[in-house]
Design a protein around this ligand. Sequence first.
Ligand SMILES: *Cc1c(COP(=O)(O)O)cnc(C)c1O
Length: 341
Amino acid sequence: MEKQNIDWANLGFGYIKTDYRYVSNYKNGAWDEGALTTEDTITLNECACVFQYAQTCFEGLKAYTTEDGHIVTFRPDLNAERMINTAKRLEMPPFAKERFLDAITKLVAANAGFVPPYGSGATLYIRPFLFGTNPVIGVKPASEYQFRAFVTPVGPYFKDGAKPITIRVCDFDRAAPHGTGHVKAGLNYAMSLHAIVDAHKQGFDENMYLDAATRTYVEETGGANFIFITKDNTVITPKSDSILPSITRRSILHVAEHYLGLKAEERPVLFEEVKDFAECGLCGTAAVVSPVGKIVDHGKEICFPSGMEKMGPVTQKLYDTLTGIQMGRIEAPEGWIHVIK
Ligand SMILES: *Cc1c(COP(=O)(O)O)cnc(C)c1O
């Protein structure tokens, strides 16, 4: 397929309609065979469970063009598994792992012209989602569902270099103990919108959420996990049952230990400890790692030694190594790279 005529380097992070999306429907207790379609609109009954009771979840991953010209995705099996866990928590029928991988492969291959070229900094964002479609007014799970996945090309996350951001300690909670913080449910985002709009109004880039029960432990932001680097170069990431298990964060811990020879720890992190760390970053598929330069806790500032101009040195090494693996410049661990074509 011919490459689309798109100004890749100046793309933002927004929806651009591509040629194909993948759709499968669930009815009478079974998923249909599924297919690619050009139809980008969905028509549903006004009482569909997704509208009334927010029975919906999603995933997010990317396709890249590697240095040697292949189109690949990064650990899509983990997205498939996470979506199954989310579906179970929301009483939705899981979409099988092999079917998920097959859908993503067909979808990306059909939209190959929209996969940004190697070196452009842009990538193809893949958005699989699953939602209850039939009318439900008494509170219960839907009995019919749609699995759908579309793609949209997105620009380089850091257009003018990775400038550190400023975040605030948030007074709202993201996730309750034993709640839904560990699954990728749309509802977790619905209730974070007010907090992020307010943060932006107050001049902050993101919210740091603390644990809802004691407000003493670090959890995550609205859409990214934390990593911290100690002054003796240990990579630390918070452990909690209400944090979303980021695939980027899990990959970074592996890279830290097995590629960079650093110590890596996943453990509860007290907010009180944060002032003693050397570097801080947010990890997720969109940015890989965004450096945090400053955290503001009700007027009290924590300024990391890495400063507000560039990524800290360890964060930079983690970023370079992981993006190197994704783009095919550095050999990947077994099974991390899924070749589409
Ligand atoms: C999706 C998401 C992340 C990042 O996960 P990745 O798999 O690395 O993209 C982190 N936190 C939340 C709340 C998320 O929804």
